[in-house]
Design a protein around this ligand. Structure first.
Ligand code: CA
Ligand code: CA
Ligand code: CA
Length: 317
């Protein structure tokens, strides 16, 4: 009697689990994006279907061939005194450890080629025409060809509780400026790499004398494509070269002082995402940041302390 009760319970539990897995709620979104830092100096690499490929130097460091990509969501951690969770707060199921962990890192980070993993990204779904209201969040993985995928490294990013059919999508990266779409539908490819995808920007509304129209992303890092602006090392939604509250200081403290060559790692000040933070040589992260800050469209006199190179994403409630 005891045994048969146990057997019945076991089969009930097993079948419930199978049903839960098969009856997937919410939606999986098809999202693409490029990070400027990983796209520069890519040797004109393209995928089998002709898309530019980002470098995956955090997965395989060119300095020692080791992987520096974390197996858990870096957006809930502090890197070099930069608390990434401040602006990347999860909503609802996004914080579930299952969605914040690469269960088989040796498999997922072992993939090479077009679908190799470049880094983690943070994705927010904002309510249609209600920019400040975040419906759902997920941390996901970015492939070399720009596809944003789930923690299995393969599937489209899953939002288990998302039922709205139209919304805005925000994509963030820990040392790039985030970007938000205009209203999109759950059925479409949400392609931040394409100049055809309408993006939100502040236009002339936020700071007097500045026109942020069409500056939500950087254009033509690779001809014809858009990429997130690199250089927000301290993750404060602004790119700034000179003190105070600048980005160069973060990189300065991450440099290697050992004198025995650079020590690779997962750094905030690594502009070109090649696994080291450098102030000398070419290219080096300090010079890349300086060039970014001084050549911004709205900074024609190349002020080092220009304070208005900002992310084109409305704040969350
Ligand atoms: Ca892909
Ligand atoms: Ca910054
Ligand atoms: Ca670097």
């Amino acid at each position: 009697m005891q045994v048969s009760k146990f057997v019945v319970f076991f089969f009930f539990a097993l079948s419930s689990q199978i049903i839960a897995q098969g009856d997937e709620g919410g939606q999986r979104l098809s999202i693409r994006a490029y990070l400027e830092g990983a796209l520069i100096n890519n040797g004109n690499a393209v995928s089998e279907d002709g898309k530019p490929l980002m470098r995956d130097n955090l997965r395989v460091s060119p300095f020692n061939n080791l992987n520096y990509l974390p197996a858990t969501d870096p957006y809930q951690t502090t890197i070099s005194d930069i608390n990434l969770s401040t602006i990347n707060t999860h909503v609802g199921t996004g914080s579930n450890p299952v969605f914040c962990t690469v269960a088989q890192p040796e498999v997922v980070f072992g993939v090479t080629g077009d679908n190799a993993i470049v880094d983690w990204v943070f994705v927010e779904i904002r309510k249609a025409n209600q920019h400040n209201l975040t419906l759902a969040t997920r941390s996901g993985l970015l492939q070399r060809d720009g596809d944003v995928v789930d923690v299995d490294g393969v599937s489209n990013l899953w939002f288990p509780t998302l039922n709205d059919e139209t919304f805005h999508v925000v994509i963030r990266h820990r040392n790039h400026l985030g970007v938000m779409t205009q209203v999109v539908t759950s059925e479409q490819l949400i392609d931040f790499t394409s100049a055809m995808t309408p993006l939100f920007d502040f236009g002339t509304t936020i700071i007097e004398g500045m026109n942020y129209g069409n500056l939500a992303q950087k254009t033509n890092v690779v001809q014809g494509y858009r990429a997130l602006w690199a250089g927000d090392f301290n993750s404060d939604c602004k790119i700034k070269l000179a003190i105070p509250n600048d980005d160069l200081t973060t990189a300065f403290y991450e440099q290697d002082y050992s004198g025995t060559g650079y020590t690779p790692g997962y750094f905030q000040g690594d502009f070109d995402m090649n696994s080291v933070v450098t102030f000398t040589g070419s290219p080096n992260d300090a010079a890349l940041l300086e060039n970014q800050a001084k050549t911004y469209n709205l900074n024609p006199t190349a002020l080092p302390n220009f304070n208005y190179f900002i992310e084109q994403v409305p704040p969350r409630n």
